[in-house]
Design a protein around this ligand. Structure first.
Ligand code: CP3
Length: 334
C-alpha cells in the first residue's frame, strides 16, 4: 500500500485528504508537557533519541493522522555548526555569536556526529507499528530563514533591520555553508527513513519581491533539486509570501503549504501542484461548529485538487486536544 501523502503528492489522488498538523507534537498535549517539565533543555530533548521518538509518536497514539513529523527543530543546524542556541520560556530562541571562519571550515563528520541522535530517532520511529502505512516527515529550515536566525540571533518581529544586509560577504558565505550542511542534514534524514521533506521558510514574507530571487528562490531551489534526486517528495512552506505562483515557478516543489492569510480560492485558481494547509490555527480555539465550517471551506474548495489537510501555521499551545480529535475525525469522514 502506498502511504497517504505519496498518494496525494505523486499520484495526485483527490479521493482522500491526508491529514497532519505542523507542531502536532508539542505543548498542547499534556503528555508532551510531562516530558518537557523533566527536560528543561530543549536542544538536549531534541537530542534524546528515545524521548524525541516517543514525542513524535504521541499525537499518533491519540489521533488517526496520516503522518508523523519528527520532533526536532530547524535551529538544530546552527547548533550543530557550533552557534549556541537557547530556548527561553516566553521569549523563543536566542542564538549566540559564531565565527565565520569556523563555519566555512566546519567538518562534515563532526556535524553528522552531533546530529546522530536525530537520525537514530528517525530510524527508530520509522520502524514503529504506529507508522505502518503512514508517512514520516523530516524537515529543515530554508536557507533564508536560518540566515535570519543566525544573523538576527532571535525571531525578528515584523521586519528585519536595515543593517541586516550590510556585510554581503558574510551573508554569501553563510548561504554557501547552509547549502552544504542542509543537504547533508536532509540526506541523513532520508537515509534513515524520512519519506517526505518539508522546508520551512517562516520568514520569507519579510523580503521584497526583488530580493526573493537571491535569498529565497535560488537557495531553496538548490536544495529542492537535491531532494528530488533522492526521489523523495518535498513540500515547501514559504510563510507570508505574496506571490505563490511565482514561488512555485522558481522553486518547483512537489507540493506547496499555504499560510492562513492566503486566499484558498485564488490558490486553487492559480496553482496546479498539490496544496497543503491553510486553516487558521486560531479557529481551533473556538467551537466545533466554527471548526467544522472553516474546515469544510478548505475541503470544498480543494475537493478536486490534491489536498493535504493541515493548518496555516503550527498548533497553538492553548489548543484543546479534543478539538484536534474532532477535526481529524471530521476530515477523515469527509
Ligand atoms: O511537531 C512538529 O511540528 C515538529 C517539531 C518542530 C518544532 N519546531 C518543535 C518545537 C518543527 C517542525 C519546528 C520548526 C520550527 N522551529 C520553525 C518553522 C515553523 C514555524 O514555527 O514557523 C521555526 C521558526 C522554529 C524555531 C523555533 N523553535 C521557535 C521560534 C520556537 C519558539 C516559539 C514556540 O513556538 O515555542 C521554537 C521552539 C519549539 N520548537 C517548540 C517545539 C515543540 C516549543 C518548545 C517548548 O517550549 O516546549
Amino acid at each position: 500500500m502506498i502511504n497517504p501523502l505519496h498518494d496525494c503528492i505523486i499520484n495526485k489522488n483527490t479521493t482522500n485528504n491526508p491529514i497532519w498538523f505542523m507542531r502536532q507534537a508539542g505543548r498542547y498535549l499534556p503528555e508532551f508537557q510531562k516530558i518537557r517539565k523533566l527536560n528543561p533543555n530543549f536542544i538536549n530533548l531534541c537530542l534524546n533519541q528515545n524521548l524525541a521518538s516517543e514525542i513524535t509518536l504521541q499525537p499518533l497514539r491519540r489521533f488517526d493522522l496520516s503522518a508523523a513529523i519528527i520532533f526536532s527543530d530547524i535551529l538544530m543546524v546552527p547548533y550543530a555548526l557550533d552557534q549556541k542556541v537557547n530556548f527561553k520560556k516566553n521569549f523563543g530562541p536566542e542564538l549566540e555569536d559564531f565565527n565565520i571562519k569556523n563555519l566555512i571550515e566546519f567538518n562534515k563528520k563532526e556535524f553528522i556526529e552531533k546530529l546522530k541522535p536525530i537520525y537514530n530517532c528517525i530510524k527508530k520511529t520509522k520502524s514503529n507499528n504506529l507508522l505502518r502505512n503512514k508517512n514520516l516527515i523530516g524537515f529543515i529550515g530554508a536557507p533564508w530563514t536560518l540566515l535570519v536566525y543566525m544573523i538576527n540571533k532571535k525571531s525578528p518581529k515584523k521586519e528585519i533591520s536595515k543593517n541586516f544586509f550590510n556585510n554581503k560577504d558574510l551573508i554569501n558565505n553563510i548561504l554557501k555553508v547552509l547549502d552544504k550542511f542542509l543537504k547533508i542534514h536532509v540526506e541523513n534524514q532520508i537515509n534513515n527513513g524520512a519519506d517526505i521533506i518539508q522546508i520551512f521558510d517562516s520568514w520569507a514574507g519579510l523580503l521584497d519581491e526583488k530580493d526573493l530571487y537571491k535569498y529565497v528562490y535560488n537557495p531553496t531551489l538548490s536544495i529542492v533539486n537535491f531532494i528530488k534526486k533522492k526521489n523523495v517528495p518535498v513540500i515547501c512552506f514559504p510563510r507570508g509570501i505574496k506571490n505563490y505562483k511565482n514561488y512555485i515557478e522558481c522553486v518547483k516543489p512537489d507540493a506547496i503549504c499555504i499560510d492562513y492569510e492566503v486566499d484558498p480560492l485564488l490558490i486553487k485558481k492559480e496553482i496546479t501542484i498539490p496544496v497543503q494547509g491553510g486553516l487558521n490555527p486560531n479557529i481551533l480555539l473556538s467551537d466545533k461548529e466554527n471548526v467544522k465550517k472553516e474546515a469544510l471551506k478548505y475541503l470544498d474548495i480543494f475537493k478536486d485538487h490534491p489536498y493535504i489537510f493541515n493548518l496555516g501555521h503550527g498548533v497553538l499551545p492553548e489548543t484543546n486536544p479534543m478539538m484536534i480529535d474532532y477535526l481529524v475525525k471530521f476530515v477523515n469522514d469527509y
